[in-house]
Design a protein around this ligand. Structure first.
Ligand code: ADP
Ligand code: MG
Length: 262
């Protein structure tokens, strides 16, 4: 049984008189443990597709079966419960609370889970998630004291905190330089191969898509290509050869902006 199965998903946005047909009949089966890259030009419906798969939005028509359960017609509250338990999200802009520590950011989803966890247990879980992304020593830093790559790793830790079976990532390397992008892709590959998490990653860059084991192409709200590939593996020496991430540590920089020409 596929972990995700859609049939003829259609999503139409109404903007007054105008109708935008963002998805025009998307049918796909995704097996548990796949690392699927979705690639396509801007406006082709990738994010809309991810929002529906992530139970953030509902299709206008069509069927969506998630882990054997038809979720196409569930209420918003029912979708929220499923989302919180089964799905982790990573976004291009990190979506972190900037005035809160990395640890608090990672812990946040546990507060909404209704899991009855005690404070100490939540802290412990968040600390472990940060360790998993290599940021154990940055737990008390705020996002604005971290480089883009570090912020994205905090976001990944947050996505993992509820132990989801699926991680959905929308252009997660869109704001990162090439070396940091590779480091982030390395984390996604490890989550997939070591922990068996199903990954669906959206990108408009072919080189990033190639880290997946299956590449699905979107155009005008439809799937136009679907290929199994040999996932490009990240070699340590390949990473070392890339230009170094300008690992800005704004914490060590003066916070006062200099007025030029004053
Ligand atoms: P992509 O992620 O591939 O760039 P999107 O799924 O964001 O594409 O958008 C697909 C189409 O749907 C675009 O034409 C976009 O303008 C439109 N669209 C997306 N979200 C909305 C919305 N909330 N309201 C109206 N139109 C939208
Ligand atoms: Mg998008």
């Amino acid at each position: 049984m596929p972990i995700i199965s859609t049939r003829e998903l259609v999503k139409t946005y109404s903007l007054g008189e105008v109708e935008v047909r963002a998805l025009r009949g998307v049918s796909i089966d995704i097996e548990s443990g796949e690392f699927l890259s979705v690639i396509g030009p801007s406006g082709s419906g990738k994010s809309t597709f991810m929002h529906i798969l992530g139970c953030l939005d509902r299709p206008t028509s069509g069927q969506y079966v998630l882990e054997g359960k038809d979720v196409s017609k569930l209420s918003k509250n029912e979708l929220a419960v499923i989302r919180n338990r089964q799905i982790g999200f990573v976004f291009q802009g990190f979506n972190l609370l900037t005035r809160t520590s990395a640890l608090d950011n990672v812990e946040l989803p546990l507060l909404y889970g209704g899991n009855g966890m005690k404070t100490a247990e939540r802290r412990q879980r968040a600390q472990e998630a940060l360790k998993e992304v290599g940021l154990a020593d940055r737990a008390n830093h705020h996002p604005n004291q971290m480089s883009g790559g570090q912020q994205q790793r905090v976001a990944i830790a947050r996505a993992l905190i509820n132990e989801p079976s699926i991680v959905l990532a929308d252009e997660p390397t869109g704001n990162l330089d090439s070396r940091t992008s590779v480091e982030v892709m390395d984390i996604f590959q490890a989550l997939n191969t070591d922990r068996g998490i199903t990954i669906l990653l959206i990108t408009h860059e072919q080189a990033i898509a190639e880290y997946g084991s299956r590449i699905v192409g979107f155009r005008d709200g439809r799937i136009v290509a679907d290929n199994q590939t040999k996932a490009r593996r990240i070699a340590r020496d390949e990473m070392a050869a890339l230009p170094l991430d300008v690992d800005v540590e704004p914490a060590n920089q003066p916070s006062v902006t200099t007025t030029i020409g004053a």
